[in-house]
Design a protein around this ligand. Structure first.
Ligand code: MSP
Length: 840
């Protein structure tokens, strides 16, 4: 998908570049009138659209790319979560189109840089407005990048080609008789960059100073009385056409309640629009062509950005749609509906340009019941939020709890709750239950079902009489999902679509619990076909949901599909149906870990002969307290390790001396002699509550030995303990930091993958996954082994008790998840582990 996004962006950019070049070639000769181009345009396109607005607004234009926009953001202040939300909403809809793959899809976002607001902000900071714009536009660009927004272009209203588009648009309005000069009096609000009619302002008393001032009833922002000469746009002349258009396109604005407000406004409040300000008041903007004493109104300037991206006005006759216009969707907040649903269509109608097909208006994010806004000062910094929660958790939360018809409360507790329920307990848990159990193979189940199909039970009586019904119900649910999600997305309702996908996931979890594949796996061959059906159905649930989740949580969905082993070419919409893919089931997840000092490779059968060879060395046997085994016994012994959920083993290798850029690791070669230096294990055991573990109260005086046992109000079953065991076999490698690098990387790996590791362990020990947590990490080390003791202490482990019967001490890291946590390892990298290259 990334590749496709990049290709689209590149195509669009080169297209934009070429339109800019072409435009400059004709703008100059005609710049005083703009007539040459306007005539050409009107002949080719405008006249027909005048006849029926329905056709231009609603019916699709076959070869037109999909085009969606976000509002462009004022640069006078930094972005907040409300802005992030608008971007994510548009991005999800754009990615949906990419997923469907029917036509190119463009998303444009950007910054609104002119106007009084920005001029005043720059004055306050004592910098030229362009300097302020340059630095703040970068922040919005950074946000788009950080939030994984797949915008194809980032427009700035100070861009030269935008200025040309605005000048051209103005001239056409003028030529068409829609602009006249007049003296204007009225209430202007700098904060909202708009005039308000008399009936929309009210007197207010300042709560602290007691002074009275006039304010907008709608937004509460201060308004000032302005008397000036300026230009007006004859919007009232378009009243009937606007009303006719709304009537013919009742779903043009989502939701319906806002559509009604729009119609009401036009019926009752429509006036001509003041579209310029005297230069003496507003310098920071685009001058009115042929009258530099006036500056174009910032909203007219800003709205035209949507056309600029689409290559306006340099449209080739016959290919006017090639740049995407008319836009398929404008995503806007409810506070700017009037600008987009009254002023904008009126301006377009005045030039006989096609109208956008749809306006999706959303509600506001509130903090403590008030709109999150810079002027109130209750904003949440979206960069911090993404850093704290992760990009996909934020994207998931913002869409799942999206403010659409109504406003939504922004609240960290809700983010955590959504994450735990949806992403961790729902999606992550189901994926783990399907893929991490060693009692079955997903690949085998898929092959079986695709080759043999469903087989009736061959035994006497199926123990679970509901089995067949459960499978067929779940399959029906999977089958219907793509259609349902599509309907919601076509109706621009990603929130409902996401709920629908999550419902399948939750249903999938209930399905797995009900069919209990771990029980089927324990019942011998006669139950094998049923086991395959159960695993297959669960895997299909995750695969189909994973494909459909890509627009919402692109990173997590990709990880999920990697884990499931779904080929990147099989992740498009047509694969989001039951039985559509027979080739997945072998994880593509990178597992080998590299740090500057060591390389950790997942332990596999391939290592057994080498391991066996080591164990021939009496010193190693002594160091590891191991018995001498035959190769056969070693295989048997280690096979049980490899397949048990309570043990995780990596072979520790020295890093590659000559890194290979394309394939940094090839298992079976990279870990070959002489690089292989030891192994590292994690054993999981249930946590047994005991007095010593209870002295963990915060703020105690450190004298833990004297602390009385505390009643722990948590079931012991919710915790386990991890025992870390490391062996560096080659004496020559001791004292070189290899052990520390290996343990640090391993701990960091466990921390990052704790959910998956614990879920596997939980499933295997018959517990429901999700809730299980690691209570502590333990290492048992010979009391004389000072080097290893120092190593573990340096990593936050503390000694518990004294030397035991075997001459070992126990080093413990309490509360695996506790504050401070496990430190990220420098240079840590997870590398592709090519299982197919394993030598037997
Ligand atoms: N510059 C204009 C838009 C011009 S588009 C031709 C503008 N900019 S803005 O920066 O003030 O707002 C940009 C978008 O962010 C708007 O859609 C607005 O509704 C949205 N939001 C601002 N605060 C918000 C919330 N608290 N919650 C949700 N969205 C919010 O208006």
């Amino acid at each position: 998908m990334q590749g496709l996004v990049a290709a689209t962006a590149a195509r669009n950019l080169s297209r934009l570049r070429s339109t800019a070049a072409l435009r400059s070639s004709w703008v100059c000769p005609s710049c005083s009138h703009g007539r040459v181009a306007s005539t050409r345009y009107a002949q080719s396109f405008g006249q027909s659209s005048r006849r029926s607005f329905r056709s231009s607004a609603v019916r699709g234009i076959a070869d037109k790319p999909y085009y969606i926009t976000t509002p462009i953001f004022y640069v006078n202040a930094s972005p907040h979560v409300g802005h992030l939300f608008t971007m994510v909403l548009a991005d999800v809809l754009k990615r949906w189109e990419v997923l469907k793959g029917e036509r190119p899809a463009y998303l444009c976002t950007g910054t609104d840089e002119h106007g009084m607001k920005v001029q005043q902000a720059a004055d306050l900071q004592d910098v030229p407005p362009k300097t302020l714009c340059d630095s703040n536009a970068e922040i919005f660009k950074d946000l788009a990048k950080k939030a994984n927004i797949s915008n194809d272009y980032f427009i700035r209203t100070t861009d030269p080609d935008h200025r040309e588009a605005v000048e051209y648009f103005w001239r056409r309005l003028y030529d068409n008789g829609f602009i006249y000069e007049t003296k204007h009096e009225g209430w202007y609000c700098v904060s909202d960059e708009t005039f308000y009619p008399e009936n929309m302002v009210t007197k207010q008393v300042h709560p602290h100073t007691g002074k009275t001032f006039m304010a907008s009833i709608e937004t509460g922002n201060v308004v000032e009385w302005i008397e000036e000469k300026n230009y007006h746009f004859r919007m009232t002349a378009l009243k009937d056409r606007l009303l006719e258009f709304y009537k013919e396109n009742p779903k043009w604005v989502f939701p319906a309640s806002r559509m009604r407000e729009v119609v009401d406004w036009v019926e009752n409040n429509l006036e001509d629009l003041s579209v310029s300000r005297p230069f003496t008041r507003l310098q920071w903007g685009i001058p009115v062509p042929d009258d530099p004493g006036q500056t174009i109104y910032v909203w007219v300037d800003a709205l035209i950005n949507y056309l600029t991206f689409a290559g306006y006005p340099n449209w080739t006759p016959g290919s006017e749609h090639a740049g995407g216009w008319p836009a398929d969707v404008h995503v806007v907040g409810k506070d700017i509906v009037r600008f987009h649903c009254v002023y904008w269509p009126a301006l377009l109608m005045a030039l006989d340009l096609p109208l956008p097909k749809r306006v999706l208006s959303h509600g506001h994010w509130l903090m403590d019941q008030k709109k999150m806004s810079k002027s109130i000062g209750n904003v949440v910094n979206p960069f911090f939020a993404i850093d704290r929660w992760g990009v996909d958790t934020m994207r998931y939360f913002l869409i799942h709890s999206a403010a659409m018809e109504f406003d939504s409360n922004y609240n960290n507790a809700i983010i955590v709750e959504r994450y735990k329920k949806g992403l961790q307990g729902g999606l992550g848990n189901l994926l783990n239950r399907v893929t991490r159990s060693k009692k079955w193979s997903v690949r085998e189940a898929i092959q079986h079902v695709h080759q043999v199909g469903a087989q009736p039970f061959k035994g006497d009586v199926l123990e679970n009489p509901q089995f067949e019904t459960l499978v067929s119900e779940q399959k029906k649910h999977i089958e219907s999902l793509a259609g349902l999600v599509s309907e919601h997305m076509d109706a621009v309702q990603p929130r409902t679509a996401l709920h629908e996908i999550m419902e399948l996931i939750f249903e999938g979890s209930r399905f797995v619990t009900s069919v209990a594949p771990w029980d089927l796996a324990g019942k011998g061959d006669v139950y094998k076909p049923q086991l395959h059906q159960a695993v297959y159905t669960a895997a299909e649930t995750v695969r189909v949901a994973g494909i459909l989740l890509q627009p919402f949580i692109p990173e997590k969905a990709a990880q999920l599909l990697d884990r499931l082993g779904v080929d990147p070419a099989c992740r498009t919409f047509e694969y989001a149906k039951l039985n559509a893919d027979s080739n997945y089931g072998t994880s593509l997840v990178p597992l080998a870990i590299s740090t500057p000092k060591v390389l950790l490779v997942p332990y596999d059968a391939y290592h057994v002969p080498k391991y066996h060879a080591w164990m021939e060395d009496a010193a190693i046997r002594e160091a590891t307290a191991s018995d001498r085994l035959t190769l056969e016994e070693e295989f048997e012994n280690q096979d049980s390790w490899r397949t048990s959920a309570d043990k995780l083993t990596f072979i520790v290798c020295k890093p590659l001396l000559t890194p290979q850029p394309d394939s940094p690791i090839v298992a079976g070669e990279a870990d070959g002699e002489p690089r292989m230096v030891g192994d590292i294990n994690l054993f999981l055991t249930p946590w047994e509550d005991d007095a010593e573990d209870d002295d963990e109260g915060e703020g105690d005086d450190g004298d833990t030995a004297k602390t009385a046992p505390v009643e722990v109000d948590r079931p012991a079953a919710a915790y386990c303990v991890g025992e870390v065991d490391i062996m560096i076999a080659d004496a020559a490698d001791r004292g070189r930091g290899t052990g520390k690098a290996a343990v640090s990387a391993f701990l960091w790996f466990i921390k990052r993958n704790a959910d998956a590791i614990l879920a596997e362990y939980a499933a295997d020990t018959g517990q429901e996954g999700g809730g299980l947590r690691m209570k502590a990490l333990v290492a048992r080390i010979k009391a004389t082994n000072e080097g290893s003791i120092a190593l573990f202490k340096g990593l936050g482990f503390e000694q518990r008790g004294s030397v035991n019967y075997f001459g070992e001490i126990e080093l413990v890291r309490r509360e695996f998840e506790a504050k401070g946590g496990i430190k990220e390892v420098e240079g840590y990298e997870e590398l592709p582990f090519d299982r197919s290259k394993l030598k037997k």
